[in-house]
Ligand binder design. Structure first.
Ligand code: AGP
Length: 584
C-alpha cells in the first residue's frame, strides 16, 4: 500500500528519501519527494522503483516529505504520483487512503476556477486547502477545515511555501509520528524512521499534528489540543534489515524456528482475557484476508480437534454472509499481520455494529485492528518486511494452537509441542533445502501447480498455493484432497506437478488422491513424515500432530521462494502486491 514520510530535521530531504527506501516493502509503482527550495516547493516524481535514483537533493532543506504510490485512482503516471501541489503551487501534500467524495469536491473546486493535473482523488485535498486559506488564518487551520469536508479514509502530510512546518492527519489510514532529539517524523509505519528514533506517537483516527521545532497533536473535529505521549517501539532498526540474507523473504522464513520458541511468551493477563472471551462466547468467528484467512481456517481445525469448540472461519471481505447471525453473544477474532487491512476493518465494524466482541491477533502494535479490539494478542514476529506473509502466518497458527489448548486446559502440552517444533523447524528447513532447490527448478517451468491436503493440512494446501502464486506468478491451486476429483482433476495432464501434503492422520486417503492424479500423468511431490519412494519426489517433515499445519508450511514457503529465484523474480517485491491492503 502507499507509503508516506514527512521529516522535520537537518538534511530533511535525504532523510525523507531514506524513509521512502525503508517503506519500499509496502509495495508501490511510483514515488515522489517535495521540499522547500529557492522560495518555492521543489517536487520530484518518478514512476517505477526508487532504485538508484540520484540523491543529489538539497542539503539545506529543514522539512521534506515523500510518498510511494500503489495506484488506486488513476494510472501509473508521473502526474498521478505524489506529492500533489495546489494550483498556485503554494501547497504540497501526500496522501494514503481513498477520498470517497472527491468527484463532488473536485467539481465544486472546478466551478471556483481550480484546475487539476492528475486523475487522482488526492490532488483534490491540495486545492481544497488552498481554497480554505482564503478564510483561515493559519495553514493548520486551513488543513483542518479541508479535512472536515473529506469522506473516506486518509493519512496525509502537507507543507506550505514559506512555512517551516508539516501538518499531518489520519482517519482510517495509518500514520505514526517519530520523535528524536532534534527531529520529528510522520510516516505510514515506523520502519521509515526507526533508524533515527524508537520513540513513536501512534496518532488516533480523527486527529492531526503540527510538526515544527516541536510537535503538537489536535482533535481534527474541534481543533482542541490533545496530550501526546511517545511510546518506545518494541523492535529496532537491525530487525528491519536483511542482514546476511539475500532477501527478506528468506530471512523471515529462517526466523521462524526462533520465533516459535517464544510464541508462548504472552502477557498472562492478556492471554487470560482472550481465553475467557473464547470460553464464554456462544458463537465464535475467525476472520481475515489472504494468508491470515488461511490461518483462520487452520485455527478452526485446531479448535475443533483440541478444544471441541466450533469456530466459523469467515473471509473478511464476505463477512456480510454472517451479518444476520452476529450478535452480542458472538466473538469475532480478527487476524491480521498489518492490522490495517481495509476489508478486515470493515468486517470488524459490521460485527461491532451487531454488538459482537472483537479479539485481535495482530503483529503491529497500536494498529487499527488492535484499537478496534476488546482484547489483543501480538504475534511478536518482529517487522515482516517481505510482502509475503511467512513468519506472521506461522505465528498466527502458533497462537491459534495455544488458544485452543488454553480453552481445553491443555496449554502445557501446546507449549511443549511448540518448543519441540521450534527445534524441529530448523531441521526441516536445513535438511530439505537442497532437495527443495532441485524441485523448484522443475516447478519453475510449470503452467499450473496443484496442492492438496486433507483435514488440518487442507488450509496449508491453500496457503502453499497462495505463496507460489504471489512470488512466482505461476497459477497454483490448493484443494481439500478429496475435492480434486469433483472437477479440477480434468486439468491434470502429463507432467502436471501436484504437491501432496500428507500426515499420519490422512496418509492413506491422500495417497489414493495422489494415485488418482498420477494415473492421469501428474508428477507427484509427497510431503510427509515417511518417504514415498513410489512417487516422483518426497520431502520429509516429521509428524507434529496438531502443529502439522506449521511444520508442513515451512518447506512450502522455501519452495515458493526458490521457484521465484529460478524465474529471476524479486521475492520481496512481487508485482501488483502491497504489504498492507488498506483499500477495499
Ligand atoms: C500473504 O502473503 C499476502 N501478503 C496477503 O494475502 C495478506 O495475508 C493479506 O493481504 C492480509 O494481510 P494482513 O495479514 O496484514 O491483514
Amino acid at each position: 500500500m502507499c507509503g508516506i514520510v514527512g521529516v522535520i530535521s537537518d538534511n530533511a530531504a535525504l532523510k525523507a528519501f531514506n524513509g521512502l527506501r525503508a517503506l519500499e516493502y509496502r509495495g508501490y509503482d511510483s514515488w515522489g519527494l517535495a521540499y522547500p527550495e529557492s522560495g518555492g516547493i521543489f517536487v520530484v516524481k518518478k514512476i517505477g522503483q526508487i532504485g538508484k535514483a540520484g540523491t543529489d537533493f538539497s542539503k539545506s532543506a529543514g522539512i521534506a516529505m515523500g510518498h510511494t504510490r500503489w495506484a488506486t485512482h488513476g494510472k501509473v503516471t508521473e502526474e498521478n504520483a505524489h506529492p500533489h501541489s495546489s494550483m498556485d503551487k503554494s501547497i504540497a501534500i501526500v496522501h494514503n487512503g481513498i477520498v470517497e467524495n472527491y468527484a463532488e469536491l473536485k467539481s465544486e473546486l472546478v466551478s471556483k476556477g481550480y484546475s487539476f493535473k492528475s486523475e487522482t482523488d488526492s490532488e483534490v485535498i491540495a486545492n481544497l486547502i488552498q481554497e480554505k486559506l482564503k478564510t483561515e488564518k493559519t495553514f493548520e487551520g486551513a488543513v483542518r477545515k479541508a479535512l472536515l469536508e473529506l469522506e473516506g479514509s486518509y493519512a496525509i502530510v502537507a507543507m506550505r511555501k514559506g512555512e517551516e512546518k508539516l501538518v499531518c492527519a489520519r482517519d482510517g489510514s495509518p500514520l505514526v509520528l517519530g520523535v528524536a532529539e532534534n527531529a520529528c517524523f510522520a510516516a505510514s509505519d515506523a520502519t521509515a524512521f526507526i533508524s533515527e528514533t524508537k520513540k513513536a506517537i501512534f496518532l488516533e483516527d480523527g486527529t492531526m499534528a503540527v510538526l515544527n521545532k516541536q510537535l503538537k497533536v489536535f482533535e481534527t473535529k474541534t481543533g482542541a489540543q490533545l496530550k501526546a505521549v511517545p511510546k518506545e517501539l518494541s523492535w529496532d532498526f537491525e530487525q528491519a534489515q536483511k542482514g546476511d540474507y539475500e532477501h527478506f523473504m528468506l530471512k523471515e522464513i529462517y526466523e521462524q524456528p526462533r520465533l516459535l520458541k517464544s510464541a508462548a511468551n504472552q502477557p498472562k493477563d492478556k492471554m487470560e482475557k482472550f481465553v475467557s472471551m473464547l470460553r464464554f462466547a456462544q458463537k465464535i468467528y475467525f476472520t481475515g484476508c489472504g494468508t491470515s484467512y488461511h490461518a483462520c481456517i487452520s485455527g478452526a481445525y485446531m479448535f475443533s480437534s483440541i478444544a471441541k469448540t466450533q469456530v466459523m472461519p469467515v473471509l473478511a471481505s464476505e463477512f456480510s454472509l454472517q451479518e444476520n447471525f452476529v450478535d452480542e453473544n458472538a466473538l469475532v477474532v480478527a487476524v491480521s499481520q498489518s492490522g490495517e487491512t481495509a476489508d478486515l476493518i470493515e468486517a470488524i465494524n459490521i460485527a461491532k455494529g451487531k454488538g459482537a466482541k472483537i479479539a485481535g491477533i495482530v503483529n503491529v502494535m497500536d494498529s487499527t485492528v488492535m484499537r478496534l479490539s476488546d482484547a489483543t494478542l501480538l504475534m511478536n514476529a518482529g517487522p515482516e518486511i517481505c510482502v509475503l506473509s511467512t513468519k506472521s502466518y506461522t505465528m498466527q497458527l502458533a497462537l491459534m494452537l495455544l488458544l485452543a489448548s488454553y480453552v481445553s486446559g491443555k496449554e502445557e502440552e501446546a507449549k511443549r509441542l511448540l518448543s519441540g517444533l521450534s527445534t524441529g523447524a530448523a531441521k526441516i528447513l536445513e535438511s530439505n533445502s537442497e532437495k527443495i532447490k532441485e524441485i523448484a527448478k522443475g516447478l519453475s517451468r510449470a503452467k499450473d501447480i496443484f496442492v492438496i491436503g486433507r483435514k488440518n493440512a487442507f488450509p496449508t494446501a491453500l496457503e502453499t498455493a497462495l505463496k507460489i502464486k504471489e512470488v512466482s506468478y505461476i497459477h497454483a491451486e490448493g484443494f481439500a484432497g478429496a475435492e480434486l476429483k469433483h472437477g479440477t482433476i480434468a486439468l491434470i495432464e502429463e507432467g502436471t506437478p501436484a504437491i501432496v501434503l500428507s500426515t499420519s492422520q490422512t496418509r492413506k486417503q491422500v495417497a489414493s488422491n495422489a494415485i488418482e492424479m498420477r494415473s492421469r500423468g501428474a508428477k507427484i511431490i509427497m510431503v510427509d513424515s515417511i518417504p514415498h519412494p513410489d512417487f516422483d519426489f518426497s520431502i520429509l517433515v516429521p509428524d507434529f500432530g496438531e502443529a502439522n499445519p506449521i511444520a508442513l508450511v515451512l518447506p512450502m514457503q522455501l519452495l515458493a521462494y526458490y521457484i521465484a529465484l529460478e524465474r529471476k523474480l524479486d521475492p520481496d517485491k512481487p508485482r501488483n502486491l502491497a504489504k498492507s491492503v488498506t483499500v477495499k
